[in-house]
Design a protein around this ligand. Structure first.
Ligand SMILES: Nc1nc2c(c(=O)[nH]1)N[C@H]1C(S)=C(S)[C@@H](COP(=O)(O)OP(=O)(O)OC[C@H]3O[C@@H](n4cnc5c(=O)[nH]c(N)nc54)[C@H](O)[C@@H]3O)O[C@H]1N2
Ligand SMILES: Nc1nc2c(c(=O)[nH]1)N[C@H]1C(S)=C(S)[C@@H](COP(=O)(O)OP(=O)(O)OC[C@H]3O[C@@H](n4cnc5c(=O)[nH]c(N)nc54)[C@H](O)[C@@H]3O)O[C@H]1N2
Ligand SMILES: [Mo]
Length: 762
């Protein structure tokens, strides 16, 4: 019998079509004007052979090979839910008793599912918090560097991830938009918890209204053709030099907005003298952008209403603070901050919903619980956490103590996808005594765990999807039964809480249905206070969605407009109340890797210091999936070359290496190596190669650090070094590699099959 159920993922709302308990097709949400094609990868992924069918425990762990033993190479032993629950409850209690609560690392970073109740990380942290606490992580891989820096400069992170100047205002008022890192169309398919319905249409409407786009990026493909953007190729990691040279040129012309700099900013007197020799000619040598282009762009910014933006990728690089801070300085020198549809904001091209006209509505989320442990790390420093127990880490003016981690627990994320320098992670991963992973699939993370608990996917449960960036709330009806012996994260943890005596505090005595009603009603009450009458739960559930009223174009929103109008009455939340072009706070930290004003710092790895045969590797977000999710699906598969992730190369870079399109190559540096398939692309800056993230890490010799990844995961190549001691963000984009033909036999890709399973005598 065919059934159709409303459902949702980060990559779009859809209707699930099922037959006989299987997902056979998906249909886009009828109200979505630009349905994301990624939903088509769901049936094959949900029913993939890579699903974990029951609980497993690593054989070596059962035999006592725990701390100090490499993970990833052992067989797994099946175990019943009852037994594994008891075993894990005992092990958790042991670790807490012997080593303290901070010995459990429960940062559990990752995107998990769109459903807000069953959100795995929230469930896990609730459980670990009630159980005594855990060491956690702060910030996101997406924009960690900005999260630490930007509040020092403009007092709020809303300029990166919140309510920023919206597309309606930009379309109405701006004539020129400089986009460092472009506005990549591929990134707009997804938005956390929601449906990115207006990403492309927003930009195209601005174009139609007369906005001229300039794509300053190593890759022309970072803006879609419909925007007719001018392309300014630039060397990766050098944007700060170009932006500072634009400021310098404006000063040389005597055209900086002195009034704005005096009334709305502090530190111009300190920044300006550092710019004297930062000329466009100087920047040309660093960036590869002709001095004349830099001058022309600066003059065009002076001549017309201009919006400035940069992709989040720019700050996932060595000293990733600098291009962001420099761009704010450029907006300040132009006097644009807070002018209608002008100024600066980050990430318009980075994720669906960024810059959407939006109404500030309450969110829907699982109530958090207190974490009695105060230890944390900036999220990207997980390897260091394992490597240096008792050590200190300088972060944002503080010295953090790294606790001694004995147990790692992950639900809804994948460090063997997201983390840099996987071979170094693999070595550090041997240190804890126990690693627990809740996962629907045999991802690389599950393969490198000790205790693997099979989780249901969203299709197997009821939930509610919501993103503050969207106008829709979506009901997610259970469409298929749990696959194999998979269980909901909530139920897994409720049973563990039971074994440890706090089930009632964890569940608050609600089941799934009661939780959904509770969360929805809370949201509905909060909406009513803001004047929006949402339907009651039963009507919402039957209808499949709630639509919030659209925002009228005349409500176009410009961030910082109050501040621009009257900085004394509406100060920023910085120490000075103004834009900090020099920060006494940051200068006071006394760190050479992040001085008190924006500046050019030479990256560790970049084309300016590359050997003749080295290339700059950018590992951008994949067009064919969300991170590592959906990699088993047909869309990712169709894009691969001989089953390997494609690496884009300029035809001349390929020619000098004797490489041809469709050929399998070995991409390597001192940190690691992977296979990939050559795709020629003249729209790249010479010397730059693109290898998207997300092909499941597939080492030729599982469990052996340094082994070749046969599938094409770029994180065997990237460096794991904090952006700076101020921000400690991930710096994946600063990475040099070499590429050579692969002449050996092609090893099979084994990622989408379960690892070796062995029964053990009871
Ligand atoms: N080289 C390089 N690396 C990068 C980046 C880069 O630009 N370059 N970008 C970084 C960025 S911005 C990000 S956000 C990260 C993304 O990193 P992650 O968010 O860790 O990546 P995902 O693949 O989305 O991992 C989510 C995991 O949750 C699992 N999951 C989904 N639903 C459920 C559920 O209901 N329950 C449970 N238990 N599990 C579930 C999925 O199967 C998947 O394995 O990657 C980062 N890594
Ligand atoms: N389809 C799809 N969409 C996604 C995701 C996904 O996995 N799949 N992930 C989502 C997530 S979690 C996030 S955080 C966002 C990330 O959003 P971004 O960080 O914006 O995404 P990226 O694709 O890493 O980078 C965008 C472009 O920046 C350019 N770039 C890289 N380095 C430099 C540089 O030094 N200078 C300049 N000028 N340009 C540079 C690259 O050419 C790249 O294509 O994307 C989101 N959107
Ligand atoms: Mo991200």
């Amino acid at each position: 019998m065919t059934e159709i159920k409303p459902h949702a993922a980060h990559w779009g709302f859809f209707d699930a079509v099922t037959e006989g308990g299987r997902l056979v097709a998906v249909r886009p949400f009828a109200r979505d004007p630009v349905p994301a094609s990624l939903i088509d990868s769901m049936p094959a992924t949900v029913h993939s052979a890579a699903r974990v069918d029951q609980p497993y425990v690593r054989k070596g762990w059962l035999e006592g090979r725990r701390a100090g033993h490499a993970r990833g190479g052992d067989a797994f032993v099946p175990m019943s839910w009852d037994r594994v629950t008891r075993l894990l409850a005992e092990e958790t209690a042991r670790v807490r008793a012997e080593h303290g609560d901070a010995a459990i690392y429960g940062g559990s970073y990752g995107w998990s599912s769109a459903g807000r109740f069953h959100h795995a990380k929230s469930q896990l942290q609730r459980y670990l918090g009630l159980g005594g606490g855990y060491t956690t992580s702060i910030n996101a891989y997406s924009y960690a560097t900005a999260q630490a820096l930007i509040p020092h400069v403009v007092g709020t992170n809303e300029v990166v991830l919140g309510r920023m100047t919206d597309w309606a205002a930009i379309a109405q008022h701006a004539k020129l938009m400089l986009c460092f890192g472009g506005l990549a169309a591929k990134n707009g398919y997804v938005t956390s918890g929601g449906a990115a319905m207006t990403y492309g249409p927003n930009m195209r409407a601005a174009r139609a209204a007369g906005l001229r786009f300039v794509n300053i990026s190593p890759y022309r493909g970072d803006t879609e053709d419909a925007l007719a953007a001018e392309w300014v190729p630039i060397r990766p990691g050098t944007d700060a030099a170009m932006i500072l040279a634009m400021v310098q040129h404006i000063v040389a012309l005597g055209r900086e907005d002195r009034a704005f700099l005096a009334t709305h900013c502090v530190g111009w007197d300190k920044l300006a003298p550092t710019l004297t020799d930062r000329t466009p000619e100087w920047a040309e040598g660093i960036t590869g952008v002709p001095a004349a282009t830099i001058q022309a762009l600066a003059e065009q910014c002076l001549a017309q209403p201009t919006m400035l933006t940069a992709a989040w990728s720019l700050q996932r690089a060595d000293y990733g603070e600098q291009p962001y801070w420099a761009l704010i300085a450029l907006a300040a020198a132009l006097g644009n901050v807070g002018k209608p549809g002008q100024g600066v904001a980050f990430g318009y091209g980075s994720s669906g919903g960024i810059g959407n006209p939006r109404r500030e509505m309450p969110g829907i989320s699982l109530p958090a619980t207190r974490n009695p442990v105060s230890h944390f790390i900036p999220v990207g420093r997980v390897t260091e956490l394992l490597e240096r127990p008792g050590g200190t880490l300088h972060y944002n003016g503080r010295d953090l103590t790294l606790p001694d981690i004995r147990m790692v627990w992950w639900a809804g994320g994948n460090p063997f996808h997201h983390h840099q320098d996987l071979n170094r992670l693999l070595r550090a991963w041997a240190k804890p005594e126990t690693i627990v992973v809740q996962e629907p699939w045999w991802t690389a993370l599950a393969r490198h765990a000790d205790i693997v608990l099979p989780a249901t996917t969203t299709l197997e449960r009821n939930d509610i999807a919501h993103s503050s960036r969207d106008r829709f709330v979506r009901a997610m009806h259970q469409a298929i039964p749990p696959q194999g012996l998979a269980r909901h994260d909530h139920d897994i943890l409720a049973d563990l809480a039971d074994a440890q005596g706090f089930r009632a505090r964890f569940t608050e005595q609600r089941d799934e249905g009661a939780w959904l009603r509770f969360l929805y009603d809370k949201w509905r009450t909060a909406c009513a206070r803001q004047g929006f009458q949402a339907p009651d739960f039963d009507s919402f559930w039957a209808e499949g969605h709630v639509e919030m009223p659209p925002i009228e174009p005349h409500e176009a929103f410009t961030q910082f407009s109050d501040f621009a109008a009257d900085p004394e009455a509406n100060p920023l939340d910085t120490p000075s109340g103004k834009v900090e072009l020099f920060s006494e706070t940051i200068a006071g930290f006394n760190r050479p890797d992040c001085p008190g004003h924006p500046t050019w710092l030479t990256p560790r790895e970049w084309l300016g210091a590359a050997a003749a045969d080295e290339l700059h590797l950018l590992s951008q977000q994949p067009p064919t999936r969300l991170h590592s999710q959906l990699d088993p699906g047909p869309i990712a598969a169709a894009d691969k070359i001989e089953g390997r992730e494609p690496i884009r190369m300029h035809p001349e870079d390929a020619a000098v290496r004797g490489l041809a399109a469709g050929q399998v190559v070995r991409v390597f540096n001192a940190r690691g190596a992977c296979l990939a398939g050559v795709r020629l692309d003249p729209n790249l800056t010479r010397g730059v190669v693109l290898l998207a993230t997300g092909a499941w890490f597939d080492p030729l010799e599982p469990g052996v650090p340094g082994s070749l990844c046969v599938h094409g995961n770029p994180n065997v190549l990237t460096a794991d070094i904090g952006t700076s001691s101020l921000t400690q963000g991930p710096s994946a984009q600063s990475c040099l590699v070499r590429v050579e033909a692969w002449s050996g036999p092609l090893p099979p890709v084994r990622s989408f099959h379960p690892p070796v399973i062995e029964e053990m005598p009871a």
